[in-house]
Design a binder for this molecule. Sequence first.
Ligand SMILES: [Zn+2]
Length: 213
Amino acid sequence: MSITHHLDDATLMSFAAGALPSALSAVAAAHVAMCTRCRGEVAALERVGAALLTQLPAVGMERAEPETPSDQRLPPSQQRRDRSAGPMPSATPLARLLPGGLAAVRWRRLGFGIWHHRLPVAGSGTLGLLKVAPGRIVPEHGHGGAELTLVLGGSFHDTTGRYRTGDVADLDETVEHEPVADLGLDCVCLVASETPARFRGLFARLVQPWHGL
Ligand SMILES: [Zn+2]
């Protein structure tokens, strides 16, 4: 897998510190499991965090343990392994989200060659799968906060580049975009938003109020 779009530094730091909202953390974990570079970055950040904790004054720190926060997000079988060395099974975080795999997803058709499947998530924000038919356009939208989009199949492009399987689009509230699925395969993405995306025009009026995108 050749990954060219990664989590940005701020997202990696928040993820390593366990400070990302649950929805964003789920997408970040799925990308990190696929991406050697981001996995190494997270491991390095966790080492820095652990080192800083050990240098804090001992008074009042009896309960502070220099543990690696992302361990808490992994199943027991994956904990305490060396995350910077060797491949991690790429399906692990996704398998937790999609126990039956993509084949078992019950898509809800939104029209315009776009399907959605909402995933349960704790806290604020939204998490779901988006499937876009080849050549179809996701209407232009902005965001009230961060949005992470991880490509699971097919590919898409927008003004920020072309995204293939394993790539993640790490966008903030300053970006408005209109992704287009590339020709060939359906583009399937795992998408998390801090707040629902703000679609414009007809799509928003027809679809968004009922589907919570
Ligand atoms: Zn990466």
